[in-house]
Each structure stands twice: as structure tokens, then as C-alpha cells.
Design a protein around this ligand. Structure first.
Ligand code: MCA
Ligand code: AMP
Length: 512
């Protein structure tokens, strides 16, 4: 039996191929039959270029319908889809390409040559923000029927890289079972149907926009309004026709700051969903008061897809991520011993279920270290169940900053700063920020007599790090606070600079 993700999703629109799948902001429509035909063209094109089952297809392109068809085409051809944030620099790309060894790489036209020079055996094709380029042309030429390459549930469908708290990024291997099970569960849990119109504003190189939003919508056979990015003008233009929106908390705080957010503007909406970062209870309440809508918060990870969600019917509790999804087990344990803790106690969140990834790509040690012997995955998030069974995430055991829903690993930024002449050492922390939730801030100790400035550090980081990882502020400090073991006490730095973005910008001066 074909257990491919696409075969499972297809059940959502079988017999309804004329229904609208996607609409772009210029009013162009793609129906489900176009999804079938166009993804078949990409599947054939990939096979014509030598793709065999299990080969990786690395994709770093702007959001477009063609990008989605390439994704589904890759799945149908038995390939392993590897999406990459468009903000990554070439230096960052190098690592992913050498680690994943893709058979094909699809990038923006202006990057083709640079990427070709970096990969020895891969085919490099182009796709631009309008969905044009050599990849689309090759798909045009390959159009025709395609018989999907059968896959078993345990075969890989995608690899998504998540940065490691120590060392290099790790590729989370996601199987057809992982993706299909999550899409089907979420479709039912959030009551998604063919009547739904999803306002899709998220990027499609992460789990949230690609799997949680797109796969779930397709599983329901609904349609989506596909925005190139999150933009308030577009949001308010299309909200009156949408029924569901998914976003990171920054989307909701930005909407709240806009006078166009009124009850009338959201009258057609059925559901607002938030995730990827904590939704402040203030945001939850303000949104409820202003619109009458109760945002549904859920909890997920790249390695697991969605784990927990507030209910569709019944109380959605602010500050919690609701209940474990059907089929997903969640337990709270003592972080050191792994011993399960009683209800109400704070501990490590561990997850087991069909949604949990297969392991890290070519990294059995890391895989072993992050699973318990009984198959539970150790998330690195700290949480607690309340008496009614709602899970609250209360912190992170991993050193991670989540800025506007994007993860930044301090270690990666610290290494880039520490390598600069005139820098002794640095500590990168997350500081509360009104727009991004948390902002990346670097505390830097300069060498005696060194005059390296904030500007010079920022310039040096431009080549190395994607813009969202670069510190919003660089503060020079005399020394980093350390405990008796010599470990930097980031909690003290976070405390010291907690109001950095609460003050008017002119007042937020250097720290020393
Ligand atoms: C852009 N910038 C950012 C961010 N995004 N800086 C910090 N954090 C960010 N998230 C940079 C830009 O490069 C630019 O830098 C400057 O900030 C101002 O950009 P702005 O115009 O404000 O940004 P934007 O284009 O409006 O983007 C902000 C955004 C976007 C809309 C919040 O980042 C976004 O869509 N985030 C969603 C990410 C997401 O999908 N996360 C899900 C991960 P410069 O001025 O230097 O050029 S999946 C996941 O976490 C799990 C599985 C889950 O549970 O879902
Ligand atoms: P990523 O590795 O990009 O998939 O990010 C996953 C991390 O985002 C999780 O481990 C959590 O720390 C965080 N996260 C996701 N959803 C939520 C949420 N609703 N509340 C708090 N943190 C969240």
C-alpha cells in the first residue's frame, strides 16, 4: 500500500478536483486539478534530472505557488524535501549543502552560479519569486501524467535543519508517517473542512507554514489565499474572505497595533491559531476584547510537528498550549533522571507519537542523546500540566532565543562575534521585545585597548549570519558574570537588560 504523504492528503480533495486550492493576491486561481498536474510536472522533471527515491532536494526560494508544487512534486517522486530559509547567507548555505548532499538544489536565479561552484555533483536550478526560472521551465517541458513513487510510512519525506545548542545544525528527518499523521489529526482537531479559506501569510520553509498550514489545509480540501509574506495591508484586505489564519505571536501583536483590527474586519473568520513562540496572555486578552475571537494556541517543534493544542470547543486557556493531540503522549520528567513528575510540577517536556521524527540526519549520537530508551523525545522545553490537563510551557532548558517565531541559537552568534579581532568573548541573550517577543542582544567584552564598535561588529556579521540572527543591539560590558564553575550566568544578563527595548530607543544607551 502506498503510505506516501501525498496519497494521504489526496483523500482530502478526491472527487473535488475543480475546487479552488490556492489564490494569489493578484487574483490568479489554482484548482486542485492544477495542484495534481503541476506537482506531477515537477515530479517528472526531478526524475528526469536523475532523482531516485531518498535523494534530497534542497530548496531556497521565495514563496510562490510554484514553490509549493515543487514541494509536492518532490514528495510524489519519492524525494526528500529540504527547505531553507531565504535569509540564509551563502556561508550558511554551505553547511547544509555539504551535510545533506542533495541531488538537486533549487535557488533564486541570482544564486545559481555561486551554488553551482559549491556543489560538485548536484543539479542546480532556479526559481524566482514569480515562480519563473529553469526549474519551472523544466517542469513545463516535463508536463504529463506521473505515477507516484510508492513510499512506506517510515520513508523520509523531508529534512528540516534545526540549529544545535552546541555544534552544528542538525537535520531533523521527518517521515511520511510524521507529516501525514499530523495533518490528519490537525484537520479534525481544528475542524478544517473544504469550506475553509486559510489566510496563508507564513513563510513556507518551516514546519509552521509548510506542514501545519499547507498540509492540514490540503488534507481538508480547503482553499487558501496565499500571501507572499506577512503584511498588514494584505492581511486586512483578505481577512473579510478568510475563515482561518495561522501565525506567530508577532502577527497578532502587529495586528493589534493596527486600528483596522475591528470586530467587523474579522466577522467572516472562524479561527485564529498561534504558535512557534509563547503568546503573551495580554495579547490573548487584548485580541479577545477587540475582536471577540479567542486565539487558539498550540505547541510544536521542527522535530515533532504539532504536539499539543488548545481545544476547538471548550476553554482555550491563556498561557497554555492545551492538551496533547490525539495519538501524542506528553509527559513531564525530571530533566536529570528522566523520572516522571506528578501533575503540577515543572520539568522537561517529553513527547512520543507518530509525529515524532526518525532522528537526526547522519547523527546517531545526537539522536541517541535526545531520546529516552522508551522512545520519548526530550524536547528541551520546560513545562507543567495543570489540574485540568492543560500544558503550560514555562521555560527552556536549551539556550535558544525565539525572535518573531524564528529560532536563533546564541552559540552560533557568539562564535561569529568571538572570531572578530578585538573581541575577547561574548554572550548572546534574548531580551523581551515589543514586536519580536524576544530580541537577540549580544554582550561583548572587548580586548584592552580595542576600539571595535557596534557598527563594525554588525558589518562583519552581515556576510556570516542571516539578518534575523544578527543582534538588534550590541552592548559592551567589562566582563561576563560567571558562576563558581566558570559558566556564564546568562540569567543575570537577561535580568540586567530586560528593559532594553521597553525604553524609548534614544534612552537605550550602551551598558558601560
Ligand atoms: C525579519 N527580521 C527579523 C525577523 N524577521 N529579525 C528578528 N526576528 C525575526 N523574526 C529582520 C529583517 O531581516 C530586517 O532586518 C528587520 O528584521 C526588519 O524586518 P521586518 O520588516 O520587521 O520583518 P518582516 O519581514 O516583517 O518579518 C517579521 C516576521 C517574520 C513577519 C515576524 O519574521 C515571520 O514571518 N516570522 C515567522 C517565522 C515562522 O514561520 N516561524 C515558524 C517556525 P534588516 O533591517 O537588517 O534587513 S516553525 C516552528 O517554530 C515550530 C515548528 C512551530 O511550533 O511552529
Ligand atoms: P523550532 O525548533 O523552530 O521548531 O522551534 C520549536 C520551539 O518553539 C519549541 O521547542 C518551543 O520552545 C517553541 N514553541 C513552539 N510553540 C510554542 C508555544 N505555543 N509557546 C511557547 N513556545 C513555543
Amino acid at each position: 500500500m502506498d503510505e506516501s504523504l501525498f496519497a494521504k492528503l489526496r483523500q482530502g480533495f478526491v472527487g473535488r478536483e475543480d475546487a479552488v486550492f490556492l489564490e494569489t493576491i493578484d487574483g490568479r486561481l489554482w484548482r486542485y486539478r492544477d495542484l495534481i498536474a503541476r506537482s506531477a510536472a515537477y515530479a517528472r522533471m526531478l526524475c528526469d534530472h536523475g532523482l531516485t527515491p531518498g535523494d534530497r532536494v534542497a530548496v531556497q526560494v521565495e514563496k510562490s505557488p510554484e514553490n509549493l508544487f515543487l514541494y509536492f512534486g518532490c514528495i510524489r517522486a519519492g524525494g526528500v524535501y529540504l527547505p531553507l530559509n531565504t535569509a540564509y547567507t551563502l556561508a550558511e548555505l554551505d553547511y547544509f549543502l555539504s551535510d545533506a548532499e542533495p541531488k538537486l538544489v533549487v535557488v533564486a536565479p541570482e544564486r545559481v552560479e555561486a551554488v553551482r561552484a559549491r556543489v560538485r555533483d548536484a543539479v542546480v536550478l532556479a526559481l524566482d519569486a514569480q515562480g519563473r526560472g529553469s526549474a519551472a521551465e523544466a517542469a513545463d517541458a516535463a508536463a504529463g501524467d506521473f505515477s507516484d513513487v510508492p513510499r512506506s510510512a517510515d520513508d523520509l519525506a523531508a529534512i528540516l535543519y534545526t540549529s544545535g545548542t552546541t555544534g552544528r545544525s542538525k537535520g531533523a528527518m521527518l517521515t511520511h508517517r510524521n507529516l501525514a499523521s499530523n495533518a490528519l489529526v490537525l484537520k479534525d482537531y481544528w475542524r478544517m473542512t473544504a469550506e475553509d479559506v486559510l489566510l496563508h501569510a507564513l513563510p513556507i520553509y518551516h514546519v509552521h507554514g509548510l506542514f501545519t498550514a499547507t498540509n492540514t489545509l490540503v488534507a481538508a480540501g480547503g482553499s487558501m489565499i496565499f500571501l507572499p509574506k506577512f503584511d498588514l495591508d494584505l492581511i486586512f484586505r483578505f481577512l473579510p474572505r478568510a475563515t482561518v489564519m495561522m501565525g506567530v505571536p508577532t502577527y497578532y501583536t502587529r495586528m493589534l497595533a493596527d486600528p483596522r483590527l475591528t470586530r467587523a474586519a474579522v466577522a467572516h473568520m472562524r479561527l485564529f491559531i498561534s504558535g512557534s513562540a509563547p503568546l503573551l496572555p495580554e495579547t490573548f486578552r487584548a485580541f479577545q476584547e477587540r475582536t471577540g475571537h479567542t486565539i487558539l494556541e498550540r505547541y510544536g517543534m521542527t522535530e515533532t510537528g504539532m504536539n499539543a493544542s488548545n481545544p476547538y470547543e471548550g476553554e482555550r486557556r491563556p498561557g497554555t498550549v492545551g492538551f496533547p493531540l490525539p495519538g501524542v503522549e506528553i509527559r513531564i520528567t525530571d530533566p536529570e533522571s528522566g523520572r516522571p513528575l506528578p501533575v503540577g510540577e515543572i520539568g522537561m517536556i517529553e513527547v512520543r507519537g507518530p509525529n515524532v521524527f526518525k532522528g537526526y540526519w547522519r547523527n546517531p549520537e545526537k539522536t541517541k542523546a535526545e531520546f529516552r530508551p522508551d522512545g520519548f523525545f526530550i524536547t528541551g522545553d520546560l513545562g507543567r500540566f495543570d489540574e485540568k490537563g492543560y500544558l503550560a510551557i514555562v521555560g527552556r532548558a536549551k539556550d535558544l532565543v525565539i525572535s518573531g517565531g524564528l529560532n536563533v541559537y546564541p552559540k552560533e552568534v557568539e562564535e561569529a562575534i568571538d572570531a572578530l579581532p578585538g573581541v575577547v568573548e561574548s554572550a548572546v541573550i534574548g531580551v523581551p521585545h515589543p514586536d519580536f517577543g524576544e530580541a537577540v542582544v549580544a554582550c561583548v567584552v572587548r580586548a584592552p585597548g580595542a576600539a571595535i564598535s557596534e557598527d563594525a561588529i554588525q558589518r562583519a556579521l552581515q556576510e556570516k549570519l542571516a539578518a534575523f540572527k544578527r543582534p538588534k543591539r550590541i552592548l559592551f560590558v567589562e566582563e561576563l558574570p560567571r558562576n563558581s564553575m566558570g559558566k556564564v550566568q546568562k540569567n543575570l544578563l537577561r535580568e540586567r537588560f530586560r528593559d532594553l527595548f521597553a525604553q524609548p530607543p534614544a534612552m537605550a544607551g550602551a551598558a558601560s
